[in-house]
Ligand binder design. Sequence first.
Ligand SMILES: [Zn+2]
Length: 159
Amino acid sequence: MQVVRYRTYGHDQLRPDQQQNFSVSVPLGTHWRVAACKEVDCPHYLLGWRTIVPAESEQAQYLRTLNTSRAEPGARRRFTESRSPVGTAIFTFPPGHKCFRPHKTQTGRPAEFLRSTGPFTVDDLTGATRGPVTFYRPTDWVDLMDGELYKIGRDRQRG
Ligand SMILES: [Zn+2]
């Protein structure tokens, strides 16, 4: 999630009811979807990759099933296997098929332009703002934030 956040003053300088938070949000739940490797220019898809694991490990045993009929639908992969002198198995996957990592891409849904007014708290872990939130059209949001920034600059010049 990309979040641009601007708080007009620090928490220690204003009462909570004087604080406001401008943000642009693209929440994972509504603005992103699962994507295929080729949609996100996945380097593994484009260039291929190698997975190196201990030769006698569960991971190696699992990988060896992926180019057999025992592979689950959609899990089948082409690869070559070689061994290193130190006992590892090197699985080389050629370009052009999906990797093991999940990918996401934006849905194209427009970002949410938000202003939250105090009192509020920001979750340090997620960055989510808790408090009354108002949604704006992008141009109105820019005008509103510009006006607030103007007031801050004016007040600072006055001292
Ligand atoms: Zn990928």
